[in-house]
Design a binder for this molecule. Structure first.
Ligand SMILES: [Zn+2]
Ligand SMILES: [Zn+2]
Length: 779
């Protein structure tokens, strides 16, 4: 018996499959997807089995140990990994790493223990002291370690990862625990009182995992012992079926029918904000569970709020596994193992949850499928939506993509019949009208007002008087977006990145938003030595300050990455908005999604233009989606909403489409433009990015690559466009210069072949080449 092992080769760019022999005692334990230790040169290395096969065993070295009791990756995941490595031209080892929580794949947990042979043969001198350490840190020479493993004197045992939460238990405040009881407890045991408040505010039973996460295991135990919290068997989901409208019923029926047929089919659920997509998701999830299938729900990271998690847990019960970025490593591993054991019916998570280890996957839902956060920018570069669609294909599963403003790719596929389009045009709740106004700020800007036009100010004043809430959106954080010398024109830039520094007033420092470096703002211009430095451009801090002056009575909070740096900040702000302790929120992108408060009646967009100014073919799509999304924050309640979008270019046709919230009008215009210029979805793109510290070298290499590409494509009839090389819009980031070449063609296989030839060539040292297939941004 032999195995094909994908080996992790340290210090080598390269990766590879190697064939090993399986010794007799290990034969009944080898399976594809298990990790093994193997001899590689004179080292011991790790690898993962891809194939188990019969064949010629001469001259083969044996594997040394099997690390996993259960395959780490199922056959389906191995197939998915191969597909990803091929499709995205990413190293297979990187893809495999991305699929597994890093804490589960930690060699420090792979401990040397005495093997069976050690019962009758004494260990060689010095080995006894090595037991209990990981094989990697044992400092044993590779050949000696291999010998010990081969003879069965030592074995490797993987520790940790075994404990598990009970999934069938929930906690709830005991009856009779009044606020008075809590107040009394607060003096003697403040932590317990806080915990009781948590359970009081939840109003529904809390799953054990969440309860422990929220209040800690010790406090929870004590409160149960005191009878203040009740521990009870979980009911699988609260069943209070809300009435669905005709459109929701029709959409759900189509999806349920596909689930019954176990048909690999992708639906695009296209529904305006507030049309009740979540109810359709829940119907599908409940149905999949009834059929004994597991489901995956992907949500943009930023949308993974307690609000949405709460809805899923409440309706689907405790067999929901939630993967969010605040989980600790060991919590992540626990959730992963639960899913693999089939103890989670539904996995809800952001991008990387697409790799959850399902036993029997039947349904995948992707909410806000157009979100750029589903695309991973580092190697392995992939789009979770495309990976999910592939995964569904491998499993015969159903996919539901949901959005009010779908990606052009998905809507196009729905037009051509590749996806089935399901529409939700009606709003479910008695939400009021939304009125969107486009305001030209050229004049108010000249009159010295920076961020808030008189039109927006009027709306905000009225809103405050009516005791409603408001949101003001600005897409830049910090105070001023540039520091400029009014005498000599010098702009303070980051020395490593060639970008203008953003002034942060709270810390009185200029910060680079690309590398994070900070510097003090000098009193004088560093070039002409005059006291003439001026702060230009508007960031969220300046908007906040201006609003505090204009609306001194209003309770204002700022929400951006600066104001939500520590764990819990985000939740606290949300809580105070919900409790109406806040009148006005100034926020960045962070407030565009999952920010549903019925009290918000007015939304202002300080400046829409930077969204449109990006030199990227997707800039208009992103701008449209973001503006509609932000506008959608207003008027969730019955009283309706008013939106003011400020711009220097009100004549741009895009604003009329935003005003009408006319996605299909936007789609028709944009798709014609994409077709005329040959951009996706009519073609694929492959981006070749050259980077390194020596600009001359980078340019030279990029130019030479262009020549090679021209030679190769010259031989071919097919239509391949080569764009560039050109410096990236951010030419220098963290002291590395960046140049890119774009390949554009409908024939992706051909572009891959050509790119493969380029990668296989040796690059000069200090030049790095990164490949991105279907890049999201081309700047
Ligand atoms: Zn100067
Ligand atoms: Zn920088």
């Amino acid at each position: 018996m032999r195995v094909q092992v994908l080996a992790e080769i340290p210090r080598l760019q390269d990766e590879g499959f190697f064939t090993y022999l399986v010794p007799q005692p290990l034969q009944d334990r080898v399976l594809p997807g298990k990790r093994v230790l193997i001899p590689l040169g004179n080292q011991v290395a790790r690898g993962i089995i891809f194939e188990v096969e019969q064949g010629d065993e001469r001259d083969l070295k044996p594997i040394l140990a099997i690390l996993d009791r259960e395959p780490l990756l199922s056959a389906e995941m191995l197939a998915l990994a191969r597909w990803m490595a091929h499709y995205y031209m990413a190293p297979l080892t990187k893809v495999v790493k991305a699929m597994v929580p890093s804490a589960l794949d930690d060699p420090r947990k792979e401990i040397l223990v005495p093997g069976e042979a050690a019962a009758h043969t004494p260990l060689p001198p010095g080995i006894y002291e090595k037991l209990g350490r990981s094989w990697k840190d044992s400092d044993l020479p590779g050949e000696q370690l291999a010998e010990l493993l081969r003879n069965g004197l030592v074995e490797v045992e993987v520790t940790g990862n075994e404990e598990s939460y009970s999934t069938g238990v929930q906690y709830v405040l005991a009856p009779g625990v009044s606020d008075q009881v809590i107040a009394q407890l607060a003096k003697k045991a403040p932590r317990q009182a806080r915990a009781l408040k948590y359970f009081r505010d939840q109003q529904v039973p809390v799953a054990e995992r969440r309860a422990v996460e929220a209040v800690g295991a010790a406090v929870l135990r004590r409160l149960v012992a005191k009878g203040l919290i009740e521990r009870k068997e979980a009911v699988p989901g609260f069943h209070q079926d809300p009435l669905l409208n005709q459109e929701q019923v029709l959409a759900a029926e189509r999806i349920l029918a596909a689930l019954d047929r176990e048909e690999n089919r992708t639906f695009l659920l296209f529904g305006v904000t507030g049309s009740g997509k979540t109810e359709v998701y829940l119907k599908a999830l409940e149905h999949a569970r009834r059929r004994g299938k597991q489901s995956l729900v992907l949500i943009p990271e930023i949308g993974l709020t307690q609000q949405i998690i709460g809805i899923f847990e409440q309706r689907l019960g405790p067999r929901v596994s939630v993967l969010h970025s605040r989980l600790t490593d060991s919590e992540r591993v626990l959730e992963w193992l639960r899913t693999r054991r089939g103890e989670a019916d539904v996995v809800v998570g952001a991008r990387s949850a697409v790799f959850a280890p399902f036993k029997d996957l039947g349904l995948i839902i992707i909410d806000e499928e157009q979100e750029p956060s589903f695309h991973q920018e580092e190697n392995p570069r992939y789009h979770a939506r495309e990976v999910a669609v592939k995964r569904a294909e491998l499993n015969g599963a159903v996919v539901v993509l949901g959005s009010a403003t779908p990606s052009l790719e998905s809507f196009h596929r729905a037009q051509t019949g590749e996806y089935e389009l399901l529409r939700l045009n009606q709003k479910i709740a008695a939400s009021g009208r939304r009125d969107i106004r486009i305001v030209d700020i050229k004049r108010s800007y000249r009159s010295g007002i920076q961020a808030v036009s008189p039109e927006l100010l009027d709306e905000l004043r009225e809103c405050m008087q009516a005791r409603h809430q408001a949101i003001v959106f600005i897409n830049r954080r910090g105070y001023s977006t540039a520091v400029l010398c009014a005498m000599c024109g010098l702009v303070l830039t980051c020395r490593s990145c060639e970008v203008a520094l953003t002034y942060h007033r709270d810390i009185h420092r200029a910060v680079c938003h690309y590398c994070g470096k900070e510097r003090t703002v000098p009193a004088q211009c560093p070039r002409c030595q005059k006291n003439s430095l001026r702060f230009l451009g508007t960031g969220s801090q300046k908007v906040e300050e201006e609003l505090r002056t204009l609306l001194p009575e209003a309770r204002i909070v700022r929400m951006d990455t600066d104001s939500t740096r520590s764990r819990g900040d985000h939740g606290k702000i949300i809580q105070s908005i919900r409790e109406r302790k806040i009148d006005l929120v100034v926020g960045t992108q962070m407030i565009a999604k999952g920010f549903d408060f019925p009290g918000v009646a007015v939304v202002g967009v300080v400046n829409a233009d930077p969204l449109l100014d990006l030199p990227d073919f997707r800039a208009r799509e992103r701008a449209f989606q973001l503006l509609v999304q932000v506008a959608g924050r207003a008027g969730r309640g019955a009283s309706g909403g008013r939106v003011v979008i400020q711009t220097f270019a009100p004549e741009d046709a895009l604003f009329q489409l935003v005003q009408g919230e006319d996605y299909e009008g936007f789609y028709r215009e944009e798709i014609a433009f994409r077709e005329a210029l040959g951009y996706p979805p009519f073609t694929h793109l492959v981006k070749l990015m050259f980077s390194g510290p020596d600009e001359g070298l980078i340019k030279e290499e990029a130019d030479y690559t262009r020549t090679l590409l021209e030679e190769m494509t010259g031989e071919i009839e097919e239509d391949i466009a080569i764009l560039g090389p050109a410096p990236c819009v951010r030419r220098k980031i963290k002291n590395r210069y960046r140049y890119q070449i774009l390949l554009k063609s409908p024939n992706l296989d051909l572009m891959r072949g050509i790119t493969r030839c380029i990668i296989d060539r040796r690059l000069p040292p200090r030049v790095r080449l990164d490949i991105e297939v279907d890049p999201l941004a081309v700047t």
